[in-house]
Structures are given as structure tokens and as C-alpha cells.
Design a protein around this ligand. Structure first.
Ligand SMILES: Nc1ncnc2c1ncn2[C@@H]1O[C@H](COP(=O)(O)OP(=O)(O)O)[C@@H](O)[C@H]1O
Ligand SMILES: [Mg+2]
Length: 342
């Protein structure tokens, strides 16, 4: 298989923890051709999307991942994206929508994970906020708006004393704060700050009880959970994100979490969101991470797994099915050509 990773620059990879590196390593171990590029290196030339890529040269692949990273050698090449069997979109948030426009032109030829339409609809938290859940069984009560009066009223009328305020397009825990009813007098100023010149939507969401014990990151592959960990926030912080100082601990999925996965899994697959990370607190979903979800390495360490094997297995099976279908089509076409050759 020929695989391209559209990702952050190679020198930004942290070899001990990086999830994309685990995927690249597994693909290389299996003998697949691996190329890497960044969104900034995509180019359109004469109706053809190309990537200024670095192609992995090493024939010997070390089983130790940090050592694989250090020894990796690349050859520069300008390659047509449509020639790849699979493209992993592993750039970090925020989403570069232009990168998706480049990938649009090759989507019929190449399996892209996650699907471009899926990335478009689910790259911010409005996707999670609009998932069907009439009884608030799986999604906390969530308001997404730019309307300051409305948001102030929501806080005032909330039956609970505390709510979470966060930017719609946030990531890594940035800007996630706890607001209490008693902080009503600061709300105007906070909303001015977050919404700005009517530029940004904000989320006001019920505070989920139990969040002090951390949240759970669940990795979903093709609609099924393949691994999870709990992230415990640093002392005095409301956010559990690893980038905000959270620490991972082992976690076994609860019945409620399994029900949540069952509830949302088929919708994720329908939307082309084959590999995502769910953020769940006390059985409630706060976020679906679709762009380069992380957690593979830490979950592997806690559970003695190699989630990257399952991910590459999945991509191989999709690509194989696509190749078989093209081969069959060609066969049938030949049958018709032969039968009508008179
Ligand atoms: N409704 C909530 N109740 C309690 N804690 C929350 C809530 N929403 C977010 N958090 C905390 O903040 C963290 C980051 O929030 P999240 O919605 O996942 O945004 P981000 O995209 O920044 O990761 C969560 O992992 C959790 O620890
Ligand atoms: Mg999150």
C-alpha cells in the first residue's frame, strides 16, 4: 500500500508519545510505502493535487519507535496525491480548510481518514452539541450562541450553580473555564472577550458532576471502541487535557460508556469519521475529536495494546476492498467488450 500522512512537521513529533508516529511506524513495519507532508506543502498543478513529500527510505525498520524516529531517512519527492491508496489527515487543530479543498480533488481515488465531509461537519463542537439525544442521556445540556443576552439568561436561569464556558473552536483545553452564578457580574465582560466582534461562537454547558475525577478518552475505530484511558486534571484545574497538565490512568469502559459508544458509533461511520477520540465525563460526551486524535501511545502503555495495528488493519481492509471492486469492474468490462466484439 502507498500511504501519505498529511501532518505537522516531522521535527515537531515527540517520539515518546506521538500517536501519528505510531501509525507511521506500523505502516513502515508492514512494508508499505510511507510519505509525509504538511498542509502547507499541498499544491495544485494543472488539475492535479500534488504534495511536496518526504518519502521514508529505510528498508530496516527498528521495532523501537523512538529509535525508528531518530534513524528515519527521507527522500524528497513531488507526488500526485491521487496515486496514494490512503491518506491520513493528521494535521493538528485548528483545521486548515484549504487542505480539505486540495484533498477534495482526490477523494474518488484515495481513501482519506477521516473523510473530508466528516472533517468539515465535525471539526468543531457544534457537531457534538447537535447529536440527537432527546433525553440528555448522553450529551450534557449545551448552548452554542453568539447572543450575549441569551447566554446571560441561560446562566441566570440554570438550575445548577456552575456551568462550563468554552470557545466553540477550542482545543487542548484552551479557554475552558468554570463560571458560577455568583460570577454573574463578570459574565458580560467574559462574553465580550470570548465572542469578540461577533467573531466567535461560545459554548455554555452544564457542568458535569464528577469531572474532578477526570474525563475518559475513548478511541473509536469504525464505530467501535478500541481503547480508553482516564485523564485526571492537575490540582486545581477544571480541564483534564494532557496538554493542560492532566495525567493518564488506566480505565475500563463502564456500561454507560459502552451504551454511549453504541449510540454514537453508527452515526460516526455514516459521517466518515472512522478514527476519532471521544471525550467523556461521567458517561456524557463533551467532544468528538476528529482531527488527528491523540492517545494511542498512552493507552498502549496502560493496556499493553498496540492500537496502531488495529488502525492499519482497518485501512488495509478498506483499500483491499476498493482494489477488488476495481478489478471486478475491469473484468466485467472485458466480458462485455468480448461479447460485443463482432
Ligand atoms: N461540561 C463540562 N463539565 C465539566 N468539565 C468539563 C466540561 N466540558 C469540558 N470540561 C473539562 O475541560 C476539558 C476540555 O474540554 P473539551 O470540551 O474536551 O475541549 P477541548 O477541545 O479544549 O479539549 C475536558 O476534558 C474536561 O476536563
Ligand atoms: Mg477535549
Amino acid at each position: 500500500m502507498k500511504i501519505c500522512f498529511v501532518m505537522y512537521p516531522w521535527d515537531k513529533v515527540e517520539p515518546e508519545t506521538d500517536s501519528t508516529l505510531r501509525l507511521i511506524h506500523e505502516a513502515a513495519l508492514r512494508g508499505h510505502t510511507v510519505a509525509i507532508t504538511t498542509p502547507n506543502n499541498l499544491t495544485m498543478r494543472d488539475s492535479m493535487a500534488i504534495g511536496f513529500c518526504h518519502v521514508l527510505k529505510n528498508k530496516e525498520v527498528s521495532s523501537n519507535i523512538p529509535s525508528f524516529y531518530r534513524k528515519a531517512e527521507f527522500k524528497k519527492a513531488q507526488l500526485p496525491l491521487a496515486g496514494f491508496d490512503a491518506i491520513f489527515m493528521r494535521a493538528n487543530p485548528p483545521l486548515d480548510t484549504m487542505a480539505l479543498n486540495f484533498l477534495d480533488s482526490v477523494r474518488d481515488h484515495t481513501f482519506i481518514m477521516n473523510d473530508i465531509d466528516g472533517l468539515r461537519v465535525a471539526n468543531n463542537k457544534l457537531y457534538t452539541a447537535s447529536l440527537p439525544d432527546p433525553n440528555n442521556e448522553f450529551i450534557p445540556v449545551t448552548h452554542v450562541s453568539k447572543n450575549r443576552e441569551y447566554l446571560e439568561r441561560v446562566l441566570e436561569e440554570s438550575p445548577n450553580d456552575r456551568m462550563i464556558l468554552k470557545p466553540l473552536n477550542g482545543y487542548g483545553g484552551k479557554g475552558v473555564i468554570l463560571v458560577e452564578k455568583s460570577a454573574k457580574s463578570s459574565m458580560k465582560s467574559l462574553l465580550d472577550f470570548y465572542i469578540g466582534d461577533d467573531k466567535n461562537y461560545v459554548i455554555l454547558q452544564d457542568y458535569i458532576e464528577g469531572a474532578e475525577q477526570g474525563d475518559v478518552r475513548i478511541m473509536m475505530l469504525n464505530g467501535e471502541p478500541i481503547g480508553a484511558m482516564r485523564r485526571v486534571p492537575a490540582n486545581g484545574d477544571v480541564r483534564s487535557n494532557i496538554h493542560a497538565g492532566g495525567k493518564e490512568v488506566k480505565h475500563t469502559l463502564t456500561k454507560q460508556e459502552l451504551r454511549l459508544c453504541k449510540h454514537i458509533g453508527p452515526k460516526l461511520v455514516r459521517d466518515g469519521l472512522y478514527f476519532v477520540g471521544l471525550d467523556v465525563i461521567n458517561g456524557k460526551l463533551v467532544e468528538v475529536n476528529v482531527l488527528s486524535p491523540g492517545g494511542i501511545t498512552r493507552i498502549n502503555r496502560l493496556n499493553r495494546t498496540k492500537l496502531q495495528c488495529e488502525v492499519i488493519d482497518f485501512v488495509e481492509s478498506v483499500v483491499m476492498a476498493k482494489k477488488l471492486s476495481i478489478a471486478r469492474k475491469n473484468e466485467f468490462s472485458k466480458v462485455i467488450a468480448d461479447a460485443t466484439a463482432y
